[in-house]
Ligand binder design. Sequence first.
Ligand SMILES: [Fe+2]
Length: 302
Amino acid sequence: MPKITELGYLGVYISDPKAWKEYATEVVGFEWLDDGEGDRFYLRMDEWHHRIALHVNGKDDLAYLGLRVAGQDELKEMEDHLRSMEVPHRVCSEKECEERHVLGLIKLEDPSGNPLELFHGPHLEPAMPFYPGRRMFGRFYTGAGGIGHTIIRSDNVDASQQFYSRVLGMRGTVEYKLSVPGHGKVTPYFMHCNERDHSIAFGLGPMEKRINHLMIESNDLDDVGYTYDIVKQRNIPIAITLGKHTNDRMLSFYMVNPSGWLLEYGSGARPSTHQTEYYTKDIWGHEFQMPATMGMADRGRL
Ligand SMILES: [Fe+2]
């Protein structure tokens, strides 16, 4: 069965490019790239042409997730597999591949209508080394683990789990059984495909946006503290304070980005155990500060 190897890129819709440029470069440390297309900008984290595409269209939500397969043969295997599983999909034209800076591309949706893009052959620019938007102690950790992880909306967690495991070859299930005051039990699902504990997660309950958060990781813990200071100095809302997760052992915090969903900034995650486990709470910290912006969500969950 063909397998996803990483969450390779994200496309997001934004309404305020000026706010995003300031936030992305001065707060987070992304490199801002403008290829002169007019309707989009790119954020770089490593030697890839980009990891995040910002599409300016007045919305503020996830546009698509880019899921990588190893190569041309694997993408063809995935196409055959989608057809045999009767999953609607579309093999994209050369022009569409060029638009995404990949060699091959298949577009489809998950059971909750989240747009997915299966691709191989991303455009890398090793001759244009990553140049962070502001000082960093280390570098963004991507590599074999991909961009990081994301929590997305699911309208039916069983259908989502079946889709991501049986159709896309990822593994995962419930990893937390959380008791949340006023909301009862919350049991999010975490799906993994590489050395990261998870690349895609879902199951936080009703969400208005398609995305709850994107996690990015630095290879230097001091970048987490440095970013935390910048966020506090600029009065950017912190949704979850510094803390350490039990599942990926990430030391991180969550802040609100200019589109109203969350960015988790972390460091020090452990590699995946490659087996299922579950937990009932985090190791320390991670206090919820802002129910209204948790995206878990726009309705005040968690
Ligand atoms: Fe996370």
